[in-house]
Design a protein around this ligand. Structure first.
Ligand code: ZN
Length: 376
């Protein structure tokens, strides 16, 4: 294993922070996976999965069973970890800019296409290694004036040339669910089976450039842009299976869960040809992918106490009672029903909420929303 330290731009003299990346396996095999935990710094389940992955990857490396490079970033966000406000960690938003740490990853497509164009004369088609080299260079050239921008550039540079990118997150209270693109579903399906995902939410761009999409959507977008510039058809495979893995709820931090999750990730890497292992028998699929635009949030109509009438993972019918919001001041209670047929996959962990708080999400099958599809 090689440990690399990536120093971020210090916001003030003497305040340097660094990201650590652990590199296992051969770097020149032409295959690579990148796994990072806790980009939202207050989401702890991924940290424990990374702890178990370290042990498993070291064992596999010691017996020569790694067929490509596996990059593990066991803690992706030292900025967020240091943001202590009163007695809690604010790990989702950068306190300086107000920006979500998992949004606004750079669009590398224009610069990568600039770099590729001179190589594509005479009907030459771009290859995956050519595009990866252009992406790495475009990423290295990204301006980074702030600590946050240097964090985003560092993480993207570790991932953008990978075959597999797993970004480990969690929700407030939730069943395990995944975010990816529709085109990648055949590549991601084994992961959904292995991890017993209860919802898979797919979108061709959620509108806010989260980390996984910055790694995956560059491939179809570069093909489209080169087609436009060259005036001939350019095709590229979806060469980066990037997935946001929501490891249940924020309090679901137990060795047995994390150890099993790490094992599932290793088996998935074996399915993708990165680990020498007997092909795993894949368990059954617990859900079909549904459009992210069909995931319907419910917002609290007024402040009050949340009393849940269903548990995460429940298959709901539209109109079925889901939660009560109790106003002890007036004595009223508002009953909220499921907005769709689908899986009730995530909910708020606090039990008192303010008017307008997003309190839960149900994964419906019909795309009914437009515009920005992710919550803030
Ligand atoms: Zn998150």
């Amino acid at each position: 294993m090689i440990l690399r330290r990536h120093t971020l731009i210090p916001p003030a003299p003497g305040t340097n922070r660094e990201i650590l990346s652990l590199h296992y396996g051969p770097v020149d095999a032409g295959r690579k996976a990148m796994i990072q935990a806790s980009l939202h710094a207050d989401e702890v389940p991924g940290l424990l999965v990374a702890h178990h992955l370290r042990r498993r990857l070291a064992e596999l490396e010691a017996r020569g069973a790694l067929l490509g490079e596996i990059v593990l970033v066991p803690f992706a966000n030292p900025i967020g970890l240091a943001q202590r406000v009163l007695q809690s960690v604010e790990g989702r938003f950068d306190l300086t800019s107000g920006e979500n740490f998992n949004r606004r990853y750079a669009d590398l497509v224009p610069r990568a296409c600039d770099l590729l164009m001179p190589q594509l004369g005479g009907g030459v088609q771009p290859t995956v290694p050519m595009v990866r080299a252009a992406l790495l260079q475009a990423c290295a050239e990204l301006p980074a004036a702030t600590e946050l921008e240097s964090l985003r550039r560092t993480l993207l540079s570790l991932a953008v040339d990978a075959d597999v990118v797993l970004d480990l997150h969690c929700d407030n209270e939730a069943v395990l669910h995944l975010y990816t693109t529709p085109e990648l579903w055949p590549d991601v399906e084994p992961l959904a089976r292995l991890m017993s995902a209860r919802a898979v939410l797919v979108a061709d761009g959620s509108g806010d450039e989260p980390f996984d999409e910055a790694c995956s959507l560059v491939w179809p977008r570069i093909a489209a842009e080169l087609t436009r510039r060259l005036g001939r058809s350019v095709t590229l495979p979806p060469a980066c299976a990037a997935v946001t893995v929501e490891l249940r709820g924020e309090a679901d931090v137990r060795h047995e869960l994390a150890d099993a999750d790490a094992e599932c990730i290793i088996r998935y890497l074996a399915c993708r040809g990165l680990v020498l292992d007997a092909p795993a028998e894949l368990p059954g699929l617990l859900c079909e992918p549904t459009p992210l635009a069909g995931s319907i949030p419910l917002d609290a109509p007024h402040g009050g106490v949340l009393v849940w009438l269903a548990e995460p993972g429940a298959l709901m019918r539209r109109g079925e009672p889901l939660v009560e919001v109790v106003d002890p001041f007036s004595g009223d209670a508002t009953l909220l029903a499921s907005p769709a047929d689908g899986v009730f996959y995530a909910r708020e962990s606090r039990r008192f909420v303010f008017a307008g708080t997003r309190i839960c999400k149900v994964a419906g099958r019909e795309a009914v929303r437009n515009g920005r599809l992710l919550s803030d």
